[in-house]
Ligand binder design. Structure first.
Ligand code: SAH
Ligand code: SF4
Ligand code: F3S
Length: 439
């Protein structure tokens, strides 16, 4: 048999977990037609893919300078493809601005990677395309944990957000496909699944062609179905929307032993007035009530959040309302950003944009206070015992894993701990991670 020389693929993935999963899907699809090997060296790659994020302006402006660098260093005959959310909303403008790009593939069209690869200057960015029942090939970055999409797209219209314009309308994936994919991952060694969607707890509102008669009615029912999968031990999900955190869902979260006690409750702003302008659908009061309910049902749960500061019209008083929520909930993790005006969004047209210096100062204040809270939260972990799933070998004889509540934990150890779930006593704490020893 003639020896096959694999092609080399350089892939850069920006943005959220959905993009990471899309990158896995593209790698799987490419390998259906050819044999690809991943490389970290741009100059040896036959194919260079940039899987872009559009949620804020900065990565988009960096994209074009990056394409210039990639073009300069690419080997003779190598192709460059721009994929993902920025591809979706810029479409053929990518090639007009950067003619060295060979193809553009939208975030909702990743199953068509082999098609665009062979069409010079192809642009495939149809956001109405329904990939919800497409059977992707099999590829995962690690066999130990599986990311599995449960919905595609987003049906909300948060006024700051470009995602509905890059990923199209929300469609739920039939439960049989989800179960099949998780079962396969479990058979290949995964003990944990991360269910992905822009609003996971909006699951079940609309299915595409190929759905059965007996689909779960909502996310809570889907969780019940998934937790019956043999060999699956841990279920995580990302991201739920505060508006759809009904009592039945919180009850399932609290009582189902397979569901990890970590929940993302994206706040965005603590001011009811700003929340209304953002079209988030909840008030400060609703948000606080839901978080209090989570703390009451599962005191050990970690609550993470996303905050945007400097949304158009945000006054000092509005910002103080966000600080109030921070004090009340004491989030275990917070991702905070300065508001960034995005094309195609309503808020970009608002005439009350907040000065950059003001937003920057508020972001610093918010993060400084959050760091103080975090020091206390993490400091209190000293001596506690966490159940940790080890999934990553580190240098210096260390191995890392995640506690049930999502905290990053390091211990001394080697391969034999990989894929194991063990009790770990915490012996050292820092803001970002914990150190401990297996007990
Ligand atoms: N569907 C998820 C969010 C996806 S976008 C949810 O509703 O929580 C991820 C995060 O990026 C958002 O939670 C928000 O905090 C942030 N984000 C979105 N658009 C933004 C913008 N225009 N400027 C700054 N941050 C933004
Ligand atoms: Fe964007 Fe809102 Fe949809 Fe999240 S729910 S992706 S913030 S529009
Ligand atoms: Fe994700 Fe960025 Fe798109 S956050 S959905 S990759 S715009």
């Amino acid at each position: 048999m003639p020896e096959i020389t694999p092609k080399k693929l350089f892939i850069e993935t920006l943005g959220c977990a959905m993009n990471q999963r899309d990158s896995e899907h593209m790698i799987a699809e490419l390998n259906r037609e050819d044999t690809y090997e991943l490389t970290d060296h741009l100059n040896e790659a036959d194919l260079i893919l940039i899987n872009t994020c559009s949620v804020r302006e900065k990565p988009v402006s960096k994209l074009f300078s990056e394409i210039g660098i990639f073009n300069k260093h690419r080997k003779e005959g190598a192709k460059i493809g721009v994929c993902g959310c920025t591809a979706s909303h810029l479409g053929d403008e990518v090639i007009r601005r950067a003619p060295s790009v060979d193809f553009v593939l939208g975030a909702r069209n990743v199953s068509r990677i082999n098609e665009v690869l062979h069409r010079p200057h192809a642009v495939e960015v149809d956001i109405d395309y329904d990939e919800s029942t497409y059977a992707f090939g099999e590829y995962r970055n690690t066999p130990l944990k599986a990311m599995v999409n449960i919905t595609i797209g987003c049906d909300k219209s948060c006024t700051y957000c470009i995602v509905p314009h890059t990923r199209g309308e929300e469609i739920s994936i039939p439960h049989a496909l989800i179960v099949r994919e998780i079962t396969k991952a479990v058979r290949n060694g995964a003990r944990e699944v991360m269910l992905l969607g822009q609003n996971v707890n909006g699951y079940g509102r609309r299915f595409g062609a190929g759905a059965g008669e007996d689909e779960p009615r909502d996310f809570t029912e889907l969780l019940l179905v998934i937790s019956r999968i043999d060999g699956l031990e841990r279920i995580r999900f990302q991201s739920p929307h505060p508006l759809h955190m009904d009592d039945a869902f919180l009850h399932e979260f609290a009582t189902n032993p397979k569901i990890c006690k970590q929940i993302h409750v994206p706040l965005q702003s603590g001011s009811t007035r700003i929340l209304r302008a953002m079209k988030r659908g909840y008030t400060q009061e609703n948000f606080l009530e839901r978080c209090a309910k989570i703390r009451q049902l599962v005191p050990e749960a970690t609550i993470s959040t996303d905050v945007i500061v400097g949304f158009p019209g945000e006054s000092e008083e509005d910002f103080e309302a966000t600080m109030e929520v921070l004090e009340a909930v004491r989030f275990d993790q917070m991702f905070s950003f300065k508001y960034s005006p995005r094309p195609l969004t309503e808020a970009a047209e608002f005439t009350t944009q907040v000065e950059d210096a003001v937003a920057g100062e508020r972001l610093r204040r918010l993060q400084a206070r959050h760091n103080e809270i975090l020091d206390e939260v993490m400091g209190a972990q000293m001596g506690r015992v966490h159940r940790v799933y080890f999934d990553e070998l580190k240098s210096g004889g260390r191995i890392a894993g995640r506690a049930d509540d999502g905290k990053l934990v390091f211990v001394e150890g080697s391969e034999e701990l990989l894929g194991q779930i063990r009790d770990v006593e915490i012996t050292r704490t820092s803001r970002a991670a914990l150190d401990g020893r297996v007990v």
